[in-house]
Design a protein around this ligand. Structure first.
Ligand SMILES: Cc1ncc(COP(=O)(O)O)c(C=O)c1O
Length: 393
């Protein structure tokens, strides 16, 4: 993040200070450090006239509470955004953002390594409502340029993709899309706002599955969409029409989790680097798909554009029978077998990479195991991987 930001009541703040202060208003709440967890539908008005003018800060539980305002303020400050909208899940944040910016007859471009449920929304819901989705290869800027020759309402992308970790040239994607008049949106869950801020690069919306690193403890689902001006106003309008509210306890828990985001990300990053380097040196592993690793696919783009890396990456095994790779994953003791990521715990999943794309081939004989490196001691994680890999023969 640009070191100086202005989100603590006009005082410049650095990221760690923002994380410690953002969204707080202790003297608004009798001196209590944290905001209250407001469980609310009804809000009372002093008189009929005020119900007509709506001249009071809160009007109905769905439209915002002191709890949601606190989290929105913090996320907006970190992302350099005017406003943030909170959704009940990361997926809901992606879908409400896309839906807000399209109408029947539109065509959108979506990166081919997109989170699979976002793809399902595009292929299912959007298709039914007359919006066409065309997928683009994140590594092929020339074809992307050609695709933009046809009218394009939205360009939606992630960097890196969260299964096979291809990086796209984010600044170039944004510049080309903007020149073509498309609204740009990035699912920024992998990097967190600590390591990448899409709006600084001209992207219209930065989206998070706050479920992951922002909340950080694998105990809730939440999504955020941050942006400026007309675009975020349009997202907020669709969000309001859909009634896509996040629940107060989840909002509060996310805010609580974010106070330690910087500390956790530093440790996640360090642990992931140690584990990834060990894996890269092991001949049983064919590739380590972690853009932060020198020599890994997308490393140069990551190094140029990002301030750090989270701890989600993949390894591949080439030419191994499926049963061997299954045994490897089943034999892990510290890595749980589970989807999701961003919590304190380490996870592993076997991913069907070849079935999840239309523009990019994936070798049928290259199995992808995605790892999330948690806050465990990396030496223990390496021992665990080593003992499980012994089963590969
Ligand atoms: C990249 C990415 N975006 C969005 C989501 C959706 O988040 P949620 O599970 O909160 O709906 C996920 C979940 O795994 C994800 O990996």
């Amino acid at each position: 993040m640009s070191d100086e930001s202005d989100a603590t009541g006009g005082r410049p703040a650095r990221v760690q200070t923002l994380l410690a202060h953002g969204g707080l208003d202790p003297h608004g709440y009798h001196g209590f450090v944290n905001p209250p967890v407001v469980h609310a539908s009804t809000v009372l008005y002093p008189d009929v006239e005020t119900t007509r003018t709506r001249a009071q800060r809160y009007t109905y539980g769905r439209s915002g509470t002191p709890t949601t305002d606190a989290l929105c303020d913090l996320v907006s400050a970190l992302e350099g955004a005017e406003k943030t909208v909170l959704a009940p899940t990361g997926l809901a944040a992606c879908t409400v953002a896309i839906a807000a910016m399209v109408k029947a007859g539109d065509r959108i471009l979506v990166v081919d390594n997109v989170y699979n449920p976002t793809r399902k929304f595009c292929d299912g819901f959007l298709t039914r409502f007359g919006v066409e989705t065309v997928y683009f290869d994140p590594t092929d800027l020339q074809t992307f340029r050609t695709l933009l020759e046809q009218p394009t309402a939205v360009v939606f992308f992630e960097a890196p993709g969260s299964v096979t970790f291809e990086m796209c040239d984010v600044p170039a994607i944004i510049a080309l899309a903007k020149a073509a008049g498309a609204v740009t949106m990035m699912d920024n869950s992998w990097a967190t706002p600590l390591f990448f801020r899409p709006l600084e690069h001209g992207c219209d919306l930065s989206i998070h599955a706050a479920t992951k690193y922002l909340a950080g403890h694998s105990d809730l689902l939440l999504g955020t969409v941050a942006g400026n001006g007309e675009v975020i106003a349009q997202v907020r309008k669709t969000w309001d029409e859909w009634g896509e509210n996040a629940a107060p306890d989840d909002v509060y828990m996310t805010l609580r989790g974010m106070r330690t985001l910087d500390v956790r990300m530093e440790r996640h990053q360090r642990n992931a680097r140690i584990v990834a380097e060990w894996l890269a040196a092991d001949s049983r592993v064919s590739r380590v798909l972690y853009p932060a690793l020198p020599g890994a696919p997308g490393h140069n783009l990551w190094k140029r554009d990002f301030d750090g890396a989270s701890s989600l990456f993949a390894i591949t095994f080439k030419g191994r029978p499926d049963a061997d790779v299954v045994t490897f994953v089943d034999s892990l003791r510290l890595f749980g077998i589970g989807y999701s990521w961003g919590g304190f715990e380490s996870l592993a999943t076997l991913q069907p990479a070849h079935a999840m794309r239309v523009t990019m081939d994936w070798p049928q004989d290259e199995a992808v195991v995605r790892l999330h490196v948690g806050l465990d001691d990396p030496a223990d994680l390496i021992e665990d991987l080593d003992q499980a890999m012994a089963h590969l023969g």
